[in-house]
Write a protein that binds this ligand. Structure first.
Ligand code: FAD
Ligand code: NAP
Length: 468
C-alpha cells in the first residue's frame, strides 16, 4: 500500500467516501467540506434512494420540527465537492475493497439497522415484534413496506423504557385526526387509526429513577388526546438507593422523570377512550399463545448494586401474566456487519479507537478506515450527539492526513467511481434526483395539509427521480 503525498489541494483534493447518509454521515461530510485550508471531495453513499437515515425512517411522524434538521444537511449537500450516491449499498453493490481503492479515506456511518432480541420463549410468535420493525413500517422504510400488523387486539405491551418505547406507545394511541396530519406512511394510517387497542402497557425492567426516556417524551404521554396515563402509586415507592441516586446535581432528568411519574400516579382517570400504563421493575420471561401472542409473563425484579455502582434488576420469585395480543420489544437497536469491515459481534458495532477502525487481531488502526455515529458508539444518543462524534472522527482523518498516514488510492479520479457505480447500479440516485423525489412527496402532501406523502417503494422513488 502506497501512502498519499499530501492531498488536500485544489489540484489534488482529499477524497473521502462516507457510507450512510444519516446525521452522522452528513455531519462528517459537513466537517470535512468546511475544513480550513483544505480542498476536500466527499462522496456520500446510501443504500436507500432517500437520504437522512433515521431522521426520515425513525423520528416519530408527530415530531415534525425535529426533522427540520435536514435543512442543515441540505446546506452541506450544496457545498462544492459534495456528491450523493443513493440506492447504492456498500458491501452489496460495491465492495468495501473497491471503495477503498477509490478514496484516501472511507468513513462508515451505517447506523444500527436491526434489533436486539429478548431471548425468551414465544418471542417468535406472530404478534411479537421488534420496535425497529414497527417504527420502520409506519415511517415508510421500503424494506418494511409489506409487513402486516394486526392491531385488532385490546392490549399491546411495549418492553423497554427508552425514548423509542415512548414513540411506539404514543404512535399506537394517536387518534386519526392527528395521524392524518403527519407524514406517517399511507399504508399505516388506517390500521393505526382503526386499531382495537384500548391499552398500551410500557414495561421497564428497572425502576422509575432508572428509566432511559427523557422528560419531554414522558410529559407527552400525559397529554394524549385519546388516552389517560396510569401509574400505580405503589410502584413509585422508591427504594433507598434509587431515592439517593436522583439527588445529585447532574441527575435532573431522572429526578424530573420521577416527579412527572409521581404526578401521573396521583391522577384520576378523565374518562378518555384509552389508557397508557407505565409499569416498572418487571422483566418478560415468556410470551404465551396458541399460534399467536395471547399473553406475556413477567417476573418482578428488585434492584441491587452492580459491581460498577449501577443499580441492576434481579429477578424475584414473583411472576404475573398479562393478557396481550401484541408485544413490541424496544430494548435497543443493533449494527449489521459489512463484508470486509471488522465487526464486534458482542457490541454490535465496528471496533474503533475514537473513530479509527481497529484491526480486531492486531488491535491497531487500519489506515484510511473510519467510523462514526451509532455504528461507532452503539445505538444511543440523539441527533446532535452525532455532530460532536463526527468532529472526533474527522479530526482523526485530518490528523492522519497531516501525518502522511492515509493510503494513496489506486483510482483517484472522481470519474472512475462514478463510472463503476453507473455500471453496477445505473439507477443510482444523485442529490438532485433526491430533491425531485422530495418535491414530489411534498407536493402530494400539500393539498392534504401534510408535510409530505412518502413513497413507500424504491421503484416509486426511482420513477419520481426519473421525472426530473
Ligand atoms: P442512521 O440515522 O441510522 O443512518 C444510517 C444510514 O446508513 C441510513 O440512511 C442507512 O440507509 C445507511 N446504510 C446502512 N447500511 C448501509 C450500507 N451498507 N451501504 C450504504 N448505506 C447504508 N434523535 C433525536 O434527536 N430526536 C428524535 O426525535 C429521535 N427519534 C428517534 C426515533 C427512533 C425510532 C430512533 C431509532 C432514533 C431516534 N433518534 C432521535 C436518534 C437519532 O435518530 C440517531 O441518533 C441518529 O439517527 C443516528 O445517526 P446515524 O447516522 O449513526 O445512523
Ligand atoms: P435506550 O434509550 O438505550 O433504551 C433501551 C431500554 O431498553 C432501556 O430502558 C433498557 O433498560 C431496556 N432494555 C435493554 N435490554 C433489555 C432487556 N433485555 N430486557 C428489558 N429491557 C431491556 O434505547 P432506545 O429507546 O432504542 O433509544 C436509542 C437512542 O435514541 C436513545 O439515545 C434515545 O434517547 C434516542 N431517541 C431519542 C428520541 C427523542 O429525542 N425524542 C426518540 C427516540 C430515540 P436498562 O436501562 O435497564 O438497560
Amino acid at each position: 500500500m502506497t501512502m498519499a503525498s499530501h492531498p488536500g489541494t485544489p489540484e489534488d483534493p482529499l477524497r473521502v467516501a462516507v457510507v450512510g447518509s444519516g446525521p452522522a454521515g452528513f455531519y462528517c461530510a459537513g466537517h470535512l467540506l468546511t475544513a480550513k485550508d483544505l480542498t476536500v471531495e466527499v462522496d456520500l453513499f446510501d443504500r436507500l434512494p432517500t437520504p437522512f437515515g433515521l431522521v426520515r425512517a425513525g423520528v416519530a411522524p408527530d415530531h415534525p420540527k425535529i426533522k427540520s434538521v435536514t435543512r442543515v444537511y441540505e446546506k452541506t449537500a450544496a457545498r462544492p465537492g459534495f456528491r450523493f450516491f443513493g440506492n447504492v449499498e456498500v458491501g452489496g453493490d460495491i465492495a468495501h475493497a473497491e471503495l477503498k481503492s477509490h478514496y484516501h479515506a472511507v468513513i462508515y456511518a451505517v447506523g444500527a439497522e436491526t434489533d436486539r432480541s429478548l431471548g425468551i420463549d414465544g418471542e417468535d410468535l406472530p404478534g411479537s415484534w421488534a420496535a425497529t420493525q414497527f417504527v420502520a413500517w409506519y415511517n415508510a422504510h421500503p424494506d418494511y413496506r409489506d409487513l402486516e400488523f394486526d392491531l385488532s387486539c385490546k392490549r399491546a405491551v411495549v418492553i423497554g423504557n427508552g425514548n423509542v418505547a415512548m414513540d411506539v406507545a404514543r404512535m399506537l394511541l394517536l387518534p386519526r385526526e392527528e395521524l392524518e396530519l403527519t407524514d406517517t406512511a399511507d399504508h399505516a394510517i388506517d390500521p393505526m387509526a382503526d386499531s382495537g387497542i384500548e391499552e398500551v402497557v410500557i414495561v421497564g425492567r428497572r425502576g422509575p429513577a432508572q428509566a432511559a426516556f427523557t422528560n419531554p417524551e414522558l410529559r407527552e404521554l400525559g397529554e394524549l388526546a385519546d388516552a389517560d396515563v396510569f401509574v400505580d402509586p405503589a410502584e413509585m415507592d422508591l427504594d433507598e438507593h434509587s431515592a439517593h441516586s436522583i439527588e445529585g446535581e447532574g441527575e435532573i432528568t431522572p429526578r424530573r422523570n420521577v416527579e412527572i411519574l409521581t404526578e401521573y400516579s396521583r391522577r384520576m382517570p378523565s374518562g378518555k377512550r384509552r389508557r397508557v400504563v407505565l409499569r416498572f421493575l418487571r422483566t418478560p420471561v415468556a410470551i404465551h399463545g396458541n399460534g399467536r401472542v395471547e399473553a406475556i409473563e413477567l417476573v418482578r425484579n428488585e434492584l441491587r448494586h452492580g459491581g460498577d455502582g449501577s443499580l441492576r434488576a434481579h429477578a424475584t420469585d414473583a411472576h404475573e401474566t398479562l393478557e396481550a395480543g401484541l408485544v413490541f420489544r424496544s430494548i435497543g437497536y443493533r449494527g449489521v456487519p459489512i463484508e470486509g469491515v471488522p465487526f464486534d459481534e458482542w457490541k454490535g458495532a465496528i471496533p474503533n479507537d475514537e473513530g479509527r477502525i481497529l484491526d480486531p487481531h492486531e488491535q491497531h488502526a487500519i489506515a484510511g478506515e473510519y467510523v462514526v455515529g451509532w455504528i461507532k458508539r452503539g445505538p444511543s444518543g440523539v441527533i446532535g450527539t452525532n455532530k460532536r462524534d463526527a468532529q472526533e472522527t474527522v479530526d482523526h482523518v485530518l490528523e492522519d492526513l497531516a501525518e502522511g498516514r492515509l493510503p494513496e488510492p489506486e483510482h483517484a479520479d472522481p470519474g472512475a467511481i462514478e463510472a463503476l457505480i453507473a455500471e453496477r447500479k445505473p439507477d443510482y440516485v444523485s442529490f438532485a434526483d433526491w430533491q425531485a423525489i422530495d418535491a414530489a412527496e411534498v407536493a402530494a402532501g400539500e393539498p392534504l395539509g401534510r408535510p409530505r406523502v412518502k413513497f413507500t417503494r424504491v421503484q416509486e422513488m426511482l420513477e419520481a427521480a426519473r421525472r426530473r
